[in-house]
Structure formats: C-alpha cells, structure tokens
Design a binder for this molecule. Structure first.
Ligand SMILES: *[C@@H]1O[C@H](CO)[C@@H](O)[C@H](O)[C@H]1NC(C)=O
Ligand SMILES: *[C@@H]1O[C@H](CO)[C@@H](O)[C@H](O)[C@H]1NC(C)=O
Ligand SMILES: *[C@@H]1O[C@H](CO)[C@@H](O)[C@H](O)[C@H]1NC(C)=O
Ligand SMILES: *[C@@H]1O[C@H](CO)[C@@H](O)[C@H](O)[C@H]1NC(C)=O
Ligand SMILES: *[C@@H]1O[C@H](CO)[C@@H](O)[C@H](O)[C@H]1NC(C)=O
Length: 286
C-alpha cells in the first residue's frame, strides 16, 4: 500500500522532470525582474517615452523567459546557460534612468549602455553585480557621484564613464580593483585629487595616463597638473605690485641723480676757474 504510493510519487516526479526540461522552465525570476524594470525605466527619444524603448522583441512574454539556453530573442541580451550574462545596448537613443533593479541580473558580466541619453545617478546597487567585468556607461547624461561601492565588483576590467555629468571625487577604492585594464572618467564634472593607486603603479609608471582624466575642471594631481590654488595667484599679484613699485622707485631715483649731475656740470661750466670741481669732489663719480 505505502510502497505503491511511493512508486506513484516517484513516477510523478519523473514525469514532471521530463515534461519540464530546464531551458523554458528555468526562467530566472531575478533576470525577469531586472529586465522588466529596465523596460519600464528606459524610454526612447524617438518613440516618445512612456516605457516605449523601441527595443526589438522586448515584449512581456519574451521578458518573462529571456533566455533559451544560450540564446535570447531580446535585442541586446546574451545568455549563458539560461542566465543573462551580457547586456549590450549602445547607441540606441535610450532615455530615462538606470533602475537599481538592474542588480537583479546577478550573472551579468558585461553592461554596455554607452552613447544613449540616460540621465540620473549610477545606482550604487550595481555593486551587487559581483561577476561584472565590463561597465561602459560612457556618453550619456548621468549625474551624481561615482559609487564607491563599485569597488566590490572585484572582476571589473573596464570602467568607462567618460562624457557624462558626474560630480564629486573619484573614489580611492577603485584603485584597489587589480584587474582594471581600462579606466576612463574624462569629460565629466569631477573634482579632487586623482587617486594615487589609479595614477601610479608601484614602479612609478603611469597606470592610466592623463587622457583618462582630462576634461574635469576640478581634478588635479599626477598625471594631471597639480592643484591651482587661489593663494598662489594672490601671491603673484602682490609680487607684481611690489616689483613694479620698486622699479618705479629705482627709475625716479636714477632720474634725480642724472638731473643732479646735469645741473652740476652746468654749474661748473658757468664758473670757470676758482671753485671748479668743488661739488664734484663731494659727489662720487658714476
Ligand atoms: C526577434 O524575434 C524574432 C522571432 O523570434 C527573431 O527572428 C529575431 O531575430 C528577433 N530579433 C532580435 C533583434 O533578436
Ligand atoms: C532586486 O534589486 C533591488 C534593488 O537593488 C533589491 O532591493 C532587491 O533585493 C533585489 N531582489 C533580489 C531578489 O535580489
Ligand atoms: C565604451 O563605449 C563607447 C561607445 O559605444 C566606445 O567607443 C568605447 O570604446 C567603449 N569603451 C571601452 C573601454 O571599450
Ligand atoms: C607618481 O609617479 C610620478 C612619476 O614617477 C611621480 O612624479 C609622482 O610623484 C608620483 N605620485 C605619487 C602621488 O606618488
Ligand atoms: C594613454 O593611454 C592610452 C591607452 O590607455 C593610449 O592609447 C594613449 O596613447 C596614451 N596617451 C599618452 C599621451 O600617452
């Protein structure tokens, strides 16, 4: 009796497993959450917003099952073994903000949203993407600070944030990312010193040269020029003032001396003989 039941249960489980092969049923709920938030958050400059991204095949059913093994129907999505591992949507006129739920795509290795019109801040939650190797958010309108939490993504090879509106300092912690081979934060509104660990390798050779940092008025320090302080320019103005004062003093003094010599000469010329050279004895010869 109970043996029968056990056998029946085993057969049912086997049937379920057979009827439900991994790819279609293994739609990852995290990936689905990630992509549906992305779809809601992004807008298209050409489609007029309202969640209309204009992205091909980004439909509700396709988003709820984004991966079929190694392939995806969703434009810009690449899968690896049933999980989203690459999101590559550069140059598609996407607007809107990057949703924090993007961190739900926990197997993501490449995130390329470059050359769009994305605005708002870079969500610090992206630090939850522990497999992330490539982060390219360049050429958008992103503002706010560079999240220091990104240093938690230990596999990061590429951080390209150039041509945005990012403010604040470059977090020192990013210098601890040992795999970093490309780093570009040029043409933002960043300020403060360039982190030593990003600029200098232990040998002293530049790890990332000035081209990684240019175009940020407030950034300073090697490989950029040192800080231009206001104190220095005040000092220069004082110096110039003192110098020109001294120069005019010297000039007027020499003018007086020349005038004295001239009057001395005319005086000795008008009185020939007698007292000749009386005054010139008192004055040193020039
Ligand atoms: C959209 O889906 C169709 C049908 O599955 C497919 O043929 C097409 O390649 C997909 N488009 C993209 C950009 O993946
Ligand atoms: C999805 O992302 C949000 C925002 O980062 C986070 O609060 C939430 O815990 C994530 N969900 C899961 C299941 O990881
Ligand atoms: C990031 O994307 C931009 C524009 O798509 C591209 O030109 C640049 O080479 C990429 N950065 C890296 C480090 O690959
Ligand atoms: C970085 O290296 C350069 C070149 O060797 C050196 O001049 C500079 O002082 C170093 N900067 C720091 C902060 O160590
Ligand atoms: C700066 O480094 C990049 C590679 O990271 C290289 O292509 C470029 O030529 C370098 N520029 C200078 C001035 O050294």
């Amino acid at each position: 009796m109970s043996r029968h039941r056990h056998r029946l249960a085993a057969v049912l489980v086997l049937l379920l497993v057979l009827l439900c092969p991994p790819p279609p049923c293994a739609a990852d709920p995290d990936d689905e959450r990630c992509l549906s938030h992305l779809h809601e958050s992004f807008t298209s400059a050409s489609a007029g917003g309202g969640g209309a991204t204009g992205l091909l095949n980004w439909t509700k059913p396709a988003i709820s099952a984004p991966c079929e093994g190694f392939t995806s129907r969703l434009q810009g999505v690449t899968c690896n073994n049933g999980r989203v591992y690459k999101l590559s949507l550069p140059g598609l006129a996407l607007g809107g903000a990057i949703p924090p739920e993007l961190s739900n795509c926990t197997n993501l290795q490449t995130l390329d949203l470059s050359a769009n019109a994305l605005s708002g801040a870079i969500p610090p939650q992206l630090s939850g993407l522990l497999n992330l190797a490539v982060l390219n958010l360049s050429a958008n309108a992103l503002d706010g600070a560079i999240p220091r939490d990104l240093a938690a993504c230990a596999y990061l090879n590429v951080i390209d944030l150039h041509a945005n509106r990012l403010t604040g300092p470059i977090p020192d912690e990013l210098g601890l990312l040992v795999r970093l081979s490309a780093f570009d934060v040029s043409y933002n509104r960043l300020s403060g010193p360039v982190p030593v660990l990003l600029a200098n390798r232990t040998g002293g050779a530049p790890r990332f040269n000035a081209s990684s940092f240019v175009g940020n008025k407030g950034l300073y320090g090697y490989p950029l020029p040192p800080r231009r302080t206001r104190g220095l320019s005040v000092l220069a103005i004082v110096g110039i003032g003192l110098g020109s004062g001294l120069l005019s003093l010297v000039l007027s003094f020499s003018a007086v001396c020349l005038w004295l010599r001239a009057t001395d000469r005319t005086a000795s010329a008008t009185t020939p003989g007698g007292d000749e050279g009386k005054i010139s004895h008192l004055m040193p010869d020039y």
